[in-house]
Design a protein around this ligand. Sequence first.
Ligand code: UDP
Length: 235
Amino acid sequence: MKYNRILLKLSGESLQGTQKYGLSTDVLHSYAEQIKAVVGTGVQVGIVIGGGNIFRGLQGARKGFDRVKGDQMGMLATIINSLALQSALEDNGVKAKVLTSIRMEPIGEYYSKAKALEYLEAGYVVIIGGGTSNPYFSTDSASALRGIELEADVMLKGTRVDGVYTADPEKDPAAEKFDEITFDEVYRRNLKVMDMTAFTLCRENGLRVIVFDMDTPGNLEKVLTGEKIGTLVKL
Ligand code: UDP
C-alpha cells in the first residue's frame, strides 16, 4: 500500500444515498466493506464524517435558527453518522471506535491525539465525531485538523464526484479532470475542493489531499494502492 495512515473524510450527504434525508444502510454497508478491505491490508484508518444528511448550521440559520445552536446541531449530526458507520463496520467484523470532540461518554470517548493513535496502532478504525467542536467550522476543516494532528500520510476526500475539474462537470460538459494539481493552482483557478479554512490548513501543513469518488466500490483500495483514481492536490 502506498500509505500507512490515512484520514478519510466522508460527506454526510453521501450517507443518505438516494433518499432526501437521513441514513441509507446500503451506503453504510458499501462504505464498511470498502473500509474493511483496506484495514485488512494493515493501513491505519481515521475517519471524519459530515452531517449534511441531517443538519447544517448555515441552512438552519437561513430558517431562523441561531447560527451557533444550528452548528451545534450539525456537530451532533456528525456523531449520529459516526455511530451509524461504527455499527456498519462492526457488523462487517471490523473493530471501530468513535471518539468525540465534545465530551459525551458513553456515546464515545473524548478525543485526544494520544487516544486516537493508541487505537489506530491497535488496528481499530477510529471515527472522530463532533467536527472541531466549534461553530463556524466545517467537517472538512475537522478532517484537515485531525489529519495533520494524527500525522496521516494523506487526507482522502470521498465524494460523489471523481476528482477536481476545470469547471463543474455537471454544468459544463467541456470540464476536464486533473490527475494532480497544486494547492496554489487550485487557489489561482478558484476551484472548489474544500472550504478555505480546510484548504489553508492542508496547504500550510503540507497535508496532501486526494479527492475521489467513494461511491464506486473498490475505489478506496485503488487509491491506496496508488492507482490514478481521483485528483491528488499537493504542494
Ligand atoms: N459543524 C460545525 N463545526 C465543525 C464541523 C461541523 O459547526 O467543526 C457543523 C456545521 O453546521 C456543518 C454541520 O456541522 O454544516 C455538518 O457538517 P458539514 O456541513 O461539514 O457536513 P457535510 O457537508 O460533509 O455533510
